[in-house]
Every structure is written in C-alpha cells, then in structure tokens.
Design a protein around this ligand. Structure first.
Ligand SMILES: Cc1cc2nc3c(=O)[nH]c(=O)nc-3n(C[C@H](O)[C@H](O)[C@H](O)COP(=O)(O)OP(=O)(O)OC[C@H]3O[C@@H](n4cnc5c(N)ncnc54)[C@H](O)[C@@H]3O)c2cc1C
Length: 433
C-alpha cells in the first residue's frame, strides 16, 4: 500500500481505492462508499462530505480514480453546483439532507436559473414564490434546463419580494422535480440531442426548510453557484473518466459499476485508431486524409495547440498563486473565454479537414450507423457533433460578452455599466431592465 499523508491526496485516494474498489458493486453501492469517504467531491469542507482540497488537487484525485480503473464520482450539476452552494449557505440539516444524497449519487439535480427574459440579466427573473404556511408556492417558466428530464431536484431561483430592489428579493430553493406542478418539455438542439428543456412551474411547492440561505438573500447563494460553474468549466474536472448520470431517473444505480469502466476503456481504444495520431485527434485526422499538407490547416492546428498550452500554463500559474495564498484577478473568466476560442477554432479547422463530408451529420443512432458504414470513418460524427455544439460553450455559464464585462469591471476597475436597477423596487422597473 502507498504511504498516506494529508499533503498527498493522490496517494491517499490510491490507498483508499486499493481497499475499497470492487467492480462487482452496483453503481449505488460504489457511490455510497466513494461519497461518504469524501472522495466524490473532495473540494467540499470535511464537515460537508468533502476533504477540503483545492480544485487542482481535486482534479488530480479524479484523474487518480480514473487511472486506477475505478468508476468516478456521480456526474452532473448536483456535484458541480448544488453541493458547494448548499455546503456554503445551507444549515446543518440541509447539508445532511441534500449534500449526502448528491455525493452518493442517490439524487440528480438540475439548475432552474435562466428564464425566457432572464439569462445574462439573471437578476431580472420573474418566476414568483409566495409563502403559504410552511411552504412556498411557485409559478413561472425556466428555460435551457440541462438534464432537467433526469433530475430529482432543482436549484430554483425565484422572486420572493417583488417590491425589493432587483437583487434583494430573490431566494435560492431546493425544489422536488417529481411533483404535479413541474412540467418538463424537451428542447431539441441542432446536434440532434435534447440535452436541455423548458420547465413550467404551476403552483409547484417548496417546503420552507428547503430555502437555502435566508429568504431574499438568494443572490449571494446564486453567485456561489455561478462561481462554481465558471471554475468547473475552466478546470475540466472529470479526470477523463466516463460520466455516469446519477439519480433515480437515469436508471444507472442498479447497474454493475465495473461495466461502466470497461465501456470507457473500449471507447478510449476506439478513439485511438491503428495509426495513433500525435497531438490532438484533429491532427491525426488531417494526417490520415492528407489535408495536413494544406499550410492553412497546419497553421490552425498550431494555433489550437498554442491555445491549449496557454490554457494549461494559465492553470498552473493560478495553482501556484493559490498555493501562495494569492489569486489572479479574473482568471476564471479568462479561462472560460479561452475555452470559447478553443471550441470555435476546433469547429472551424475540424470542418475544413473533413471537407465536403463535414456537411454530413447523423441525428439518430440509425443514421449514425449508416454514416459510419458509408464513410468508413466512425470519428467523422464526433467532429460534426463537436462543430454543431461549439456554439454552446460561448453562451452557457455566462456568455463571452458577460465574461468581458466582468473582467472590465472587476479586474480592470472600469466603471459599472449604467443602469437604473440598483435601488429601484423590481416591481417598478421596466421589463428586462
Ligand atoms: C448548452 C447550454 C446549457 C445551459 N444550461 C443551463 C441550465 O442548466 N440552467 C440554466 O439556468 N441555464 C442554462 N443555460 C442558459 C445560459 O445560462 C444562458 O443562455 C446565458 O446566460 C445567456 O442568456 P440568454 O440565452 O438569455 O441570452 P441573452 O442574455 O438574451 O443574451 C443575448 C446576447 O446579448 C449579449 N448581452 C446580454 N447582455 C449583455 C451586456 N450587458 N453586455 C454585452 N452583451 C450582452 C449576450 O452576450 C448575448 O450575445 C444553458 C445554455 C446553454 C447554451
């Protein structure tokens, strides 16, 4: 067994895996062990099912779990967003009730923040919650709710004091998605998938003790959620393992944990065709189909490599600063903007490498099989899928323009954007202002 020190979380998790990983456990049994030991969400505090690790150490731990050949933590927004928000703003009873079920994968969560009229201007949300005894009654509409159809619980932002200024009348609530007042309608994306949904709330109910933080103080909790979203998007924290959806709806809990790991191994073998490409897989493609001789494609592949390297080095700089107890202002926003650049450039150069065949995209499993057979290239659908999805990262978690606004105001100290909203009651503001 490896020696274990508090300062070496990777050695610690390896030693723990030696004694605990068993591929014959069900996913539920395995996540119960992993979550209660603090390894599912090690950035959480030790008294909230975590280990109090830094984000970079947590990424190293996730990678160590994958490298060991064990199934990693439950995927999704519960672990990424709800757990750290509840750990910071919830009380002891709420932490035990909600965070315990998240780290053990028993429940899946979705994020009910955005509305048709409130995305970038999130504090302009109009979904209402009105107090009725020990409960809140919720009415309104949410949109872009990723994996809402697979969620047991939702992170709900609702307006609880319409006459207070915009940011001061919002509450953060944990809402049960399995109730008659919650209607979930899928939205089909241009990729062909239906990852997100519209959610209609009609007299839906939330117990008062599921309000996280104080009533009308939800903006502070929402900011914790959003900070974790941006940090998570920049960090790429899954450790490279297979993402398994938790909760009661996805149907994974009773399956054998080891089967998911075997599937991930097979997928990574498929991603390495006989002539294993050097560099990223687009370079391999370009080499295989001869387009690597096009100087403009070569230049873009080098640009892509430089962007990826800059992202890696920025991550190391941020880690070194944090180790000294310091920070780099706006680094999370910069990382998110760089990710947007990477996906856009990957889309453009990927489609140029594919040439005319890049116009072929499979929307269903049957179409995918037919396309794979016709082109003899099972990776083509991956490039077109990524190209179609490339519009999403510059939007979700705060658009590129919003990241630049934040950098301008918080990192460069530029004046705030003009607006009437700071002290005016929300009910008196013109719509969408
Ligand atoms: C793949 C994906 C998954 C998502 N998942 C979720 C989810 O699970 N839960 C959830 O709640 N939301 C989710 N969202 C929604 C996402 O947070 C919003 O789309 C995003 O905040 C932008 O809001 P909007 O779409 O209303 O655009 P708008 O806010 O209407 O923006 C439209 C355009 O105007 C620009 N703009 C707006 N305000 C300013 C300004 N002040 N200065 C400069 N430019 C500005 C924007 O940059 C954008 O280009 C998801 C989105 C995507 C794409």
């Amino acid at each position: 067994m490896s020696s274990v020190t508090k300062a070496d979380p990777v050695a610690e998790v390896r030693a723990w895996l030696d004694g605990n990983w068993d591929p014959d456990l069900t996913v539920a049994e395995w996540w119960e062990l992993l979550g209660l030991a603090g390894w599912a969400a090690p950035t959480l505090p030790e008294d909230a099912y975590g280990k109090g690790l830094s984000r970079s150490d947590a990424v190293a731990v996730a990678k160590a779990i994958t490298d060991f050949g064990a199934l990693g933590a439950p995927a999704g927004l519960g672990l990424l967003l709800a757990a750290p928000t509840i750990a910071m703003h919830g009380d002891r009873q709420q932490i035990d009730r909600f965070v315990g079920d998240i780290v053990t994968g028993r429940q899946a969560w979705c994020q009910l923040f955005s509305e048709p009229g409130a995305g970038s201007d999130l504090a302009g949300l109009t979904t209402r919650a009105e107090r009725d005894g020990d409960e809140w009654i919720v009415n309104g509409q949410k949109v872009w709710t990723s994996l809402g159809h697979a969620a047991d619980m939702g992170m709900l932002l609702a307006r609880t004091a319409p006459d207070a200024p915009k940011h001061q009348g919002i509450s953060w609530m944990a809402i049960d998605m399995h109730q008659p007042g919650v209607e979930i309608r899928p939205l089909i994306e241009m990729t062909g998938h239906a990852m997100f949904n519209e959610v209609f709330l009609t007299d839906a109910r939330v117990p008062h003790d599921a309000v996280i933080g104080d009533v009308n103080s939800g903006w502070a909790a929402a900011n914790t959620t959003l900070q974790n979203e941006r940090a998570g998007l920049g960090a790429g924290g899954s450790g490279g393992g297979v993402a398994v959806t938790p909760g009661t709806v996805a149907g994974n809990l009773d399956k054998r944990a080891g089967d998911f790991v075997a599937r991930a191994d097979a997928a990574s073998q498929r991603a390495r065709p006989g002539n294993r490409p050097r560099g990223n897989f687009l370079t391999g493609f370009a080499t295989a189909n001869g387009s690597i001789s096009d100087p403009t494609i070569r230049q873009d592949l080098v640009r892509l490599h430089i962007l990826n390297e800059l992202g890696r080095l920025n991550g190391m700089r941020a880690k070194a600063m944090r180790a000294k107890g310091d920070d780099i202002a706006g680094m999370g926003n910069i990382s998110k903007l760089m990710m947007s650049d990477v996906v856009r450039l990957s889309r453009d150069v990927g489609l140029r490498i594919l040439g005319a065949s890049g116009t072929l995209h499979a929307y269903t499993t049957e179409q995918r099989a037919a396309l794979d057979a016709a082109t003899g290239n099972p990776m083509l659908a991956m490039v077109t899928g990524q190209a179609l999805y490339a519009q999403a990262p510059p939007i979700y978690g705060g658009t590129d323009q919003i990241q630049k606004n934040i950098l301008g105001e918080r990192a460069l100290g530029l004046p705030r954007e003009p607006g009437p909203d700071r002290n005016t009651p929300f009910s008196e503001l013109p719509k969408n202002s």
